[in-house]
Each structure stands twice: as C-alpha cells, then as structure tokens.
Design a protein around this ligand. Structure first.
Ligand code: NAD
Length: 362
C-alpha cells in the first residue's frame, strides 16, 4: 500500500458512511458525518477529516457517543437559544444548532447559540460556512473538555486547557462569491496536526511544543508518550488570552464545563460552542457592507508580494485552493490513518475488504 493511499472524495464518503451505518447511525447521520469529515480533508485539514473516524467509532462502541441524537432546545429566550448536544455526533448537533440559530437570526436580527455537551464538532469553519451560505455573519468560540488538557498557558510549563478554536465568517459579497472564513485553533497547531505529523513520522515546526519538563521539542511523540508535554498557544500572551475567552464563553456560559481537575473524567472529546449569528441586512451597513468588504479585500490583496511569499490571501482561500486540488487529484490518507479506519470498520462488522472496496482501493 506504500506510505499513502489516495482516495476519490465520493469513494471516501462512501467508505465513511458504511462504517457509520454499521455503528448504528441512520442514513442522515452517516451522510452528515461523512460529508463533514471528507470536506475537512478536501479543505486541507486532515487533522479534522476521516482520521477522526476511529475515535468516533470507539466512542460509539464504548457508549460515550450517542448515535442518532438530535440537538435539544434547553432554553429559548428569543435571541438566545440554549442547546444541549446530548453527546450526539457533533456533525449532526452542530448542523442542527446552526440551522436553529440561522432561522432565529432571520427573525430577530441576531441569535446567540449557546451549545453544550456535543461530541467533537470537527472543523469549526464548517459552521461558519453554513452561516455564511445563509447570508449570516457569525463568530464562534469553542472549548474542549472530556480529555486531559493539551495546551500550556503563557508562562506555564504544563497543559491546562485544550486547543480551543475560534472562528469568524463573513458572507460572500455577491451571489456565487466566496465567504471569508477565519477558523483556527488558539494553539500553535491543532492536536490533530500533531497526530498527523506523528503518523507520518515527521517533526513539528520549532516553537510549537514543550516536553513534560517544559523544554522546547519538535517531536510530536511528546503529546502521546507519557509523561506528556504540551502545545504552546499561538501569538504568546495574545493567543493564550483568546483561548481563555473561548474557554469561558463556551465552557462556563453555555451550561457546559470548563477545564479543571476532573473535567476529563468522561474520557471522550466534548465540545461546547458559543456562537453569535447576525443578519447583516439588519445592521447600519445593510446597503454598503458588500461594497466596503469587497473594496477592503481588493485593497489588502493588492499589497506587493513579500520576498519568498506566494502573495496575499484572505482567510478561507487556502481551504478553497485545497478543495480545487483534492477534488481533482483525490485525497491522500497516510497508511497509518487508513489502517486505523479499516480497523474501526472491523470493530463494527465492516470487513477490511469491504472498506477498501468502498474506497476504490482494490
Ligand atoms: P490553520 O492554521 O491551518 O488555519 C487557520 C486559518 O488561517 C484559516 O482560516 C485559514 O484560511 C487561514 N490561513 C491559512 N493560511 C493563510 C494565509 N497564508 N493567508 C491568509 N489566511 C490564511 O488552522 P489550525 O489552527 O491548525 O486549525 C485547524 C482546524 O482545527 C480548524 O478547522 C479548527 O476549527 C479545528 N479545530 C477544532 C477543534 C475542536 O475541538 N473541534 C479544536 C481545535 C481546532
């Protein structure tokens, strides 16, 4: 099989769907999970793509993730919706939470969606893109509990919180145009990218990790072999500050929990998300925002190329470039990750030959 297999996106979706269905998911859930994970790979974020499936299936088998669960409205205050994910698949819970928030923002002008207790909701840009496709501005703060901490506070030598992502999406300025989607972990890199580097036998960039004694290291194994090290926050005290805000908005105010002793007793990836969804047609810039956004982006992108740079992009562009390339060339999946996916299938009764055939790897 070599170091990497390359799988056509539709075939990869089919393989993931089969495994989810065998895990007990209904067709809709299996399709949402497969579409979400494969879109993450297509977008270049292998850390949040199909490589997550083995963890999901293990959580299903161990009953830490509930299949066929819908989001529950725990409180409805007009422009504020309190939602409970009931530890369902984040790909379903996130989708339904955004549907409810978008509908309410259309009526009320804005909606705060306070979502607690979802299983892993994957790439947060997915939710920003869903809001942007509906013409909404959105911002999302996420915390991660149910697993030991991964990221060290600025000035600290061990991990005290997780990779707490932040996302903000601005809708396209014209029909058929593209949104701006800033979607990032507040750690220097996402934990999934440390896993991908380890599976590929690669080192991470200098200044990304510290070992268990707080010393700098480039070896991704430090995050997996005890005593474990920590990832650093991006942008020193600034990224650390944003991580704290995400932890508190998502963990404390949604009715979820923040990271502290015992938060990880569940031993499964739990996300809480605080989203603000706004209808731009209700804002003072209703008539002018499209012109202003487009003019600003054009102005910024007209900056001359810096030496050794490929030029100026706006957030969301790198993902779209990846999508164009991988839709055409297929999705590379490293052999370790593919082996884990095949084993996940076997754990719910899908034979290796079946998974390989679904993926077109025969
Ligand atoms: P990243 O560093 O690859 O990219 C972050 C952002 O920067 C993206 O919006 C991208 O469009 C933009 N960008 C990248 N290169 C650019 C350039 N040259 N010019 C302009 N903009 C550019 O992302 P990351 O921090 O590694 O996060 C990866 C993914 O992990 C995200 O989708 C995030 O939501 C997800 N994540 C999820 C969880 C969870 O618990 N569910 C936790 C952490 C991270």
């Amino acid at each position: 099989m070599g170091g990497t297999v390359t799988v056509a996106p539709d075939k990869l979706r089919t393989a993931v769907r089969h495994i989810c269905l065998a895990g007990g998911s209904n067709e809709r859930e299996a399709t949402l999970v497969a579409d979400n994970l494969v879109l993450a790979n297509l977008s270049g974020h292998d850390s949040h793509g199909v490589g997550m499936l083995p963890q999901y299936i293990l959580a299903v088998v161990e009953k830490r993730l509930s299949v066929n669960r819908s989001v529950r409205v725990a409180g409805d205050f007009g422009a504020i919706l309190n939602l409970d994910g009931g530890m369902g698949y984040g790909q379903v819970i996130g989708h339904e939470a955004m549907e409810l928030g978008i509908r309410r923002a259309r009526e009320a002008g804005a909606c705060i969606v306070a979502l607690r207790d979802s299983h892993h909701i994957g790439r947060i840009g997915h939710w920003g893109e869903q809001c942007a496709a509906a013409g909404m501005i959105s911002t999302h703060y996420v915390n991660v509990v149910g697993r030991p901490p991964l990221v060290a506070p600025f000035g600290g030598a061990d991990a005290r919180f997780a990779t707490n992502p932040y996302c903000c999406a601005i809708p396209a300025t014209e029909p058929g145009g593209e949104p701006i989607v800033l979607d990032m972990a507040t750690s220097k890199i996402a934990m999934g990218k440390v896993r991908v580097a380890m599976n590929k036998g690669e080192q991470v960039a200098p200044g990304t990790l510290i070992d268990s004694a707080g010393n700098a290291t480039n070896d991704p194994r430090t995050m997996f072999d005890p005593p474990t090290g920590a990832i650093l926050a991006f942008g020193e005290h600034k990224g650390y500050g944003l991580a704290v805000i995400a932890e508190l908005l998502a963990g404390a105010f949604t009715g979820g929990i923040t990271m502290h002793d015992g938060s990880w007793a569940k031993n499964t990836i739990t996300n809480n998300m605080f989203s603000v969804i706004v209808d731009p047609s209700k804002l003072g810039g209703a008539q002018s925002w499209r012109r202003e956004v487009a003019a600003f982006v054009d102005f910024v992108k007209a900056s001359p190329k810096a030496p050794d740079s490929t030029g100026v992009q706006v957030a969301g562009e790198p993902e779209r470039r990846y999508r164009a390339k991988r839709n055409h060339e297929g999705i590379p999946v490293d052999a370790t990750t593919w082996g884990e996916i095949v084993a996940a299938g076997e754990s719910v009764g899908v034979g290796a030959a079946q998974t390989n055939a679904a993926a077109g790897l025969v």
